[in-house]
Design a protein around this ligand. Structure first.
Ligand code: SF4
Ligand code: SF4
Length: 354
């Protein structure tokens, strides 16, 4: 396994790290076997999501976390942990740090969360709140002073808001989507991270499954760039075995391989939502990013998606894609000019209850 220095944290993390979100719906024995195998193969960074799809009705974070929590009782010294919260305020983050400590590392050899992540810093309003006196970042800075966490990470799907967070100098590590389609981070985010000596963690290495057909090329393309680690999601031991090989031999792509990957990226990119949120708000109250997520998500079965769409998105959040009036405002604001109204119609026919 190749290890790379995670910027100014000075932690050395495995080039292939572990994306924990897909463990959520797996049985504990399957996940524990996968995590143990990953550790045996030298994977030493575990990026634990909050379980965080807000359209999953059940709260799943604790379930996913408790699975790794069991492994950590024996192997806490073998790895670093990244724990995520999507919440924003001072009180919420105070609570989430204590919850993570309680669930994950209490009673283990090292009772500290290595990296705590402020996730989904995707809108300027959220970044502003998080950075303010009432915001969650202050809670994390205090937790660091108290020895509860070591480093602070900012995650975003929007290069502009990520830059806004980075420029404060209050974060040690950043996490962002990066693949042949979502390569806009090459322009400013990655050079600034290098200049500021921030650690870089890559999520969505196969574009939420859209690049799965060229899995190996996609991972190798990412690893040939200046990033510290990639966190493919891994549900079971087979997926761990498939991924860890790239941690030790990830040769740069040949010109022909690059052309093949670029071709697929271009095809998929025509309808690929980057989750940047520039298209919102929609005058009809449609949470466009949420609809896109639900259509593309790989973790939920069609039945689960339909339930989330009808019960959560439409009823609870009052966001019904059927209300799209084709006004085109969203398309105008979308940097990738995605055919959003047509995609909303597709969501209605795929997921609507008729
Ligand atoms: S085209 Fe539809 S989804 Fe887009 S802003 Fe208008 S109403 Fe909202
Ligand atoms: S539809 Fe376009 S603007 Fe909206 S989140 Fe997706 S990529 Fe960004």
């Amino acid at each position: 396994m190749q290890y790379r220095r995670l910027g100014r944290t000075n932690l050395h993390v495995s080039a292939i790290a572990y994306g924990g979100l897909p463990t959520v719906f797996q049985p504990p024995d399957v996940v524990i076997e996968a995590i143990n195998h990953a550790l045996d193969q030298g994977v030493n960074y575990f990026d634990l999501d909050e379980g965080g799809n807000q359209f999953v009705p059940e709260k799943v974070y604790l379930d996913g976390a408790s699975k790794i929590g069991q492994v950590l009782k024996q192997r806490r010294n073998d790895c670093y942990l990244g724990v995520k919260s999507m919440r924003q305020t001072y009180e919420e983050l105070q609570h989430d740090v204590d919850l993570a400590l309680e669930r994950l590392v209490k009673g283990t050899a090292r009772e500290v969360i290595d990296i705590f992540q402020l996730a989904f810093l995707d809108s300027p309003e959220k970044v502003k709140l998080v950075l303010s006196k009432q915001g969650g970042l202050r809670a994390l800075e205090e937790a660091r002073e108290e020895g509860k966490i070591d480093f602070i990470l900012a995650t975003a799907h929007n290069p502009k808001t990520l830059l806004q967070a980075m420029e404060t100098g209050r974060f040690d590590v950043i996490e962002f989507p990066f693949n042949i389609i979502e390569n806009e981070y090459l322009n400013q985010v990655m050079p600034l991270a290098e200049k500021m000596d921030l650690g870089t963690v890559v999520m969505k290495p196969i574009g939420g499954g859209q690049l799965a057909g060229l899995y190996d090329l996609s991972l190798r393309w990412i690893l040939q760039h200046e990033v510290d680690c990639v966190i493919p999601g891994m549900r079971n031991i087979e997926e761990v075995k498939k991924n860890v090989v790239f941690g030790s031999r990830a040769e740069p792509l040949s010109a022909q391989e690059l052309a093949t990957l670029e071709k697929l990226g271009k095809e998929v990119g025509a309808e690929y939502c980057h989750r940047c949120g520039y298209c919102m708000p929609c005058p009809q109250g449609i949470i466009i990013v949420g609809v896109m997520d639900l259509m593309r998500g790989q973790m939920l079965t069609l039945d689960m998606k339909k339930r989330s769409y009808n019960e959560v998105l439409k009823k609870r959040l009052n966001s019904d894609p059927a209300n799209c009036e084709q006004c085109g405002q969203c398309v105008e604001k979308c940097p990738f000019k995605l055919p959003i109204p047509a995609l909303m119609q597709r969501a209605v026919s795929l997921l609507g209850d008729g």
